[in-house]
Design a protein around this ligand. Sequence first.
Ligand SMILES: [Zn+2]
Length: 115
Amino acid sequence: MTSVQKDTLKTIVTQLYKDITEEIKELEEKTQPIAPDCSLGRLTRLDAMQEKSINESILAKARIRLKKIQFTLDKIDHEDYGLCTICEEEIPYERLCVMPESTICVTCANERDKS
Ligand SMILES: [Zn+2]
């Protein structure tokens, strides 16, 4: 990985961190308990509860990703960043741009999914 590529990745990761933090804030607001005496009709209330549970699962995933992104930010300056933790090959730069939190390469990811 060139230093220019690494700088680009740093920008991507920093931006992702901000975006996900924002997203979590919004989702936290959307997953506030629904007041029982709200003026919504029964069906609307059911809709609201369904939407809330969808948002809760998105929120849970976003929190996990945020942790990984945070970990990536700590690790990105280390020389082993971008190396697959299983086979120690370089993870392709294109993959890191999309998923900078990747710690394994596509080949190992596929192998792992098979087993
Ligand atoms: Zn690998």
